[in-house]
Design a protein. Structure first.
Length: 116
């Protein structure tokens, strides 16, 4: 029972069921977070190298960016050659097809059809 409930107060009394603690709370949470972030980073580096290259190409030229440009393009080409960008490329093709769709007698350049 909660004490003070009759006065509108809420007090935690626990649960009558023995609940085991969450394993993440007891097993080195920093290591768990580090492994999770590293796994996500590796996955994105392998499957989304095209976006990394696109972002990098938008950076202003400089000594650091110019020295990294070739390795980043090489990484993007390597992942594309290995087929790791196939899901992204397929999704991109479907998006472009959806963008190109016209409804009724709508023509490119008319109101509501601003994008090619």
């Amino acid at each position: 029972m909660t004490t003070g409930a009759e006065r509108g107060e809420i007090a935690e009394v626990g649960t009558p069921v023995a609940v085991a603690p969450d394993p993440v709370d007891t097993a080195r949470p920093w290591r768990w977070a580090t492994v999770t972030i590293a796994t996500a980073t590796l996955f994105l580096a392998l499957t989304n190298a095209h976006a990394i290259q696109g972002w990098f190409d938008e950076r202003p030229p400089g000594s650091i960016t110019e020295s990294l440009r070739a390795p980043i393009r090489g990484w993007s080409a390597l992942t594309a050659q290995a087929g790791l960008d196939a899901p992204r490329a397929a999704l991109r093709r479907r998006w472009q097809a959806a963008e190109a769709m016209r409804f009724g007698k709508e023509r490119l350049g008319e109101a509501g059809a601003d994008r090619p």
